[in-house]
Design a binder for this molecule. Sequence first.
Ligand SMILES: Cc1cc2nc3c(=O)[nH]c(=O)nc-3n(C[C@H](O)[C@H](O)[C@H](O)COP(=O)(O)OP(=O)(O)OC[C@H]3O[C@@H](n4cnc5c(N)ncnc54)[C@H](O)[C@@H]3O)c2cc1C
Length: 382
Amino acid sequence: MVIVGAGQAAAALARALREQGFSGDIRMLGEELEPPYERPPLSKQVLLEGRAPDALWLLDDDARLAQGVTLSTSTRVRQIDRAAREVLTDAGEAIPYETLVLATGGVARRLPGLAVDGRRVFELRTLSDALALHTALRGACRVLVIGGGWLGLEVAAAVRQQGCEVTLAEAASRLCARSAPPELSEYLLALHRDHGVDVRLGACALPALGEDGLTLAPDAQPYDLAVVAIGLAARDELAAAAGLATADGVLTDCSGATADPDIFAIGDVARLCASSDGAGLRLESWRHAETQARLAAAAIVGQPLGYDEPAWFWSDQFGRLIQIAGLPTPDLELIEAEAGEKPLWRYGRGGEVETVIGVDRARDVRLAHRTLPSLASRIAGL
Ligand SMILES: Cc1cc2nc3c(=O)[nH]c(=O)nc-3n(C[C@H](O)[C@H](O)[C@H](O)COP(=O)(O)OP(=O)(O)OC[C@H]3O[C@@H](n4cnc5c(N)ncnc54)[C@H](O)[C@@H]3O)c2cc1C
């Protein structure tokens, strides 16, 4: 077993394979310096505190030993040779596989004309990005966050909590427009404005980098630094070059299997449940990476399972826990709304609830999660 990528999905896959009785060799190849770690804390605790908590690490030395995983960090795979059934690394090593799993995640999208330099302009995908941004914030007063999706909002909250003035520019007319219904967008807007974030909607910000910082017309004062958080592109280039079908993600069935029976894709890079009838869906969420790893492991050991759970996502902003159970697609109607300090919304069709969203309503959302339709059935209906 060769796993390309050493992030969350890769670590979850190694664990699931052993739990499900896989006894072969597992070789994990990751281009980052560090062994696998959790990314959600990067835009929360790590950005606030400037250090990696112990709970960040997913596959420490003991776990690697116990699971019999051979991990090579700082090792980038540059090619898959499907005919020879091997992968080639940047260092020129050819590593044979019987089964290959692509868990390569994604890369932060960049703004043309605004280079990420780690000095004035930042992005946030890796532990080193988070630590570098935390350090730069010590000398910053005015910060521009570009992108009002989940990552941009979490960064804006963490930066504001450190006392900086924060402007958040979002090109769309509402926050998290691609992944949240209007009621949640409204809630997030009020939350950020109440905490003093200058949220600008319908604003395509492209600051100019000069001697005194970043200038953004018509603002008189320059910004000390900017964080670009405008989404993620799947790292599917290895698969595409090897002749596998891709479309912003590697196309797989609901268990992560590609058209090549020896190759799977899981986590942020996979566009799952793709078929001749449907485009499938690529999801970027912690829970989804865990679930896909479990399903791929089951398929690899010959006991395939269906994607039997609803989607699940959470975010932390200004001490508020926002949880989404189910897939909040635009075709759903608002069935019920509980307003107040801790709102809850239920969405569905024909009176049947398919998605529940709550703020500081962990118990209610967890209970609802058990009753919602599975992700596979939701994708089939899209
Ligand atoms: C800052 C941040 C905050 C988040 N917060 C939340 C949250 O609050 N809630 C939530 O549900 N989800 C959150 N997520 C999303 C969640 O962390 C991801 O969905 C999850 O990490 C996906 O796991 P993955 O293994 O697919 O990708 P990753 O964890 O990104 O791992 C992919 C790894 O593959 C490596 N790689 C890529 N190409 C190669 C190659 N050719 N050779 C070798 N290695 C390669 C990469 O360097 C990377 O280390 C957050 C993500 C980020 C970045």
